[in-house]
Design a protein around this ligand. Structure first.
Ligand SMILES: Cc1ncc(COP(=O)(O)O)c(C=O)c1O
Length: 336
């Protein structure tokens, strides 16, 4: 039986073609800089995202951590959203490993950080305080695409306040595809970008940290320290390169499927979806239901969802329009 897994876009399996690319990857020892597939992926990633250099990382968590460690020193501070992955979902790595203090700020409904609020949290140059060094945004944030005008303002703001500017772009290609823009139109505002090759792009493993060469050199040292110096990992990089070069345009299908799912759900009494916020492949639905019972009902029908009342549903490479219809039928059956 094919499971329809709507919990996350991290659940995708490599396609046959991607596995063929992995099988034929040329490999070497990457700690010696001798893995041609990793070297090529890093070149392609830097070129695609418009930065001087890139570094292949084991995960988005690792590439965000390396960014924090490379921008900030012990006793520095970074500002991020209260619900940002870099702050909330990465086990406090910046604080644990880098002694970097986080300053979380509530996201605005559109996924941005209010820059006036951010300004109030920047610490004065006074020995009582940590030194505010870095501003982090997330795009997409909960599936929402940050407005382009805001990115420009935030860039100018960071510059004015002498802050480095990092993008957790785990799903930055979803934003670019949604806006029908070259991804560099988004990434050009940031000093560094971490971009996941797994998730929507469908590679089994990996992320790239992209940025200026001196910073990426520092990140490479930190990567070694946290055990991320992998050896013949070109088999993974080959999947990553395949994802980066073949799986970007198809993200539009995921966005269409998410919207189809959102529209269908919003027609069901007992389910509320704010369709205006369904920009890409992630939607949230509020359900008037016992979520444990609902998720068990769905599971019996081959559909995997979480059991949170503010339910996140995610479309991806392994979900097609027919799967969306099946999921909608199962929801309808439950709420009837
Ligand atoms: C916005 C965002 N950033 C970073 C990550 C971390 O990626 P990984 O799971 O590869 O560590 C995730 C993972 O879901 C994410 O959603």
């Amino acid at each position: 039986m094919k499971w329809i897994d709507l919990r996350s876009d991290t659940v995708t399996r490599p396609t046959r073609e991607m596995m063929d690319a992995m099988m034929s990857a040329e490999v070497g020892d990457d700690v010696y800089g001798e893995d041609p597939s990793i070297n090529r992926l890093e070149e392609v990633a830097a070129q695609t995202l418009g930065t001087e250099s890139a570094l292949f990382c084991s995960s988005g968590t690792q590439s965000n951590l390396l960014a924090l460690l490379s921008h900030c020193a012990r006793g520095d501070e970074y500002i991020a959203g209260q619900a940002a992955h870099t702050y909330r979902y990465e086990a406090g790595g910046g604080a644990v490993i880098g002694s970097i203090q986080p300053q979380p700020i509530e996201f605005e409904p559109d996924g941005s950080l209010d820059l006036e609020k951010v300004a109030r949290f920047i610490k004065p140059d006074d020995f009582h305080f940590a030194k505010t060094r870095l501003l982090c945004l997330e795009n997409t944030q909960g599936g929402k695409v940050l407005p382009m005008a805001y990115l420009k303002q935030a860039r100018e703001f960071a510059h004015r306040h002498n802050l480095s500017f990092h993008l957790d772009g785990a799903r930055v290609f979803n934003a670019a595809v949604k806006l029908n823009l070259d991804v560099r139109e988004i990434t050009r505002y940031f000093d560094t970008i971490s971009c996941c090759l797994s998730k929507g792009l469908g590679a089994p493993v990996g992320s790239v940290l992209c940025g200026p060469d001196p910073l990426i050199k520092r990140a490479r040292r930190w990567r070694k320290m946290v055990g991320g110096g992998m050896r013949q990992a070109g088999i993974l990089a080959a999947a990553g390169e395949y994802a980066l070069t073949r799986h970007v345009d198809r993200l539009a299908d995921d966005h269409e499927n998410a919207l189809r799912l959102a529209r269908g759900l919003s027609d069901i009494p007992g389910v509320e979806v704010d369709l205006g916020w369904v920009h890409t492949n992630i939607l949230f639905a509020d359900m008037d239901a016992d979520m444990d019972v609902l998720s068990a009902h769905m599971k019996e029908r081959g559909i995997l969802i979480d059991n949170s009342k503010h339910l996140r549903l995610v479309t991806h490479l392994d979900v097609d329009p027919e799967d969306v219809e099946k999921a909608l039928e199962a929801f309808k059956e439950f709420f009837a």
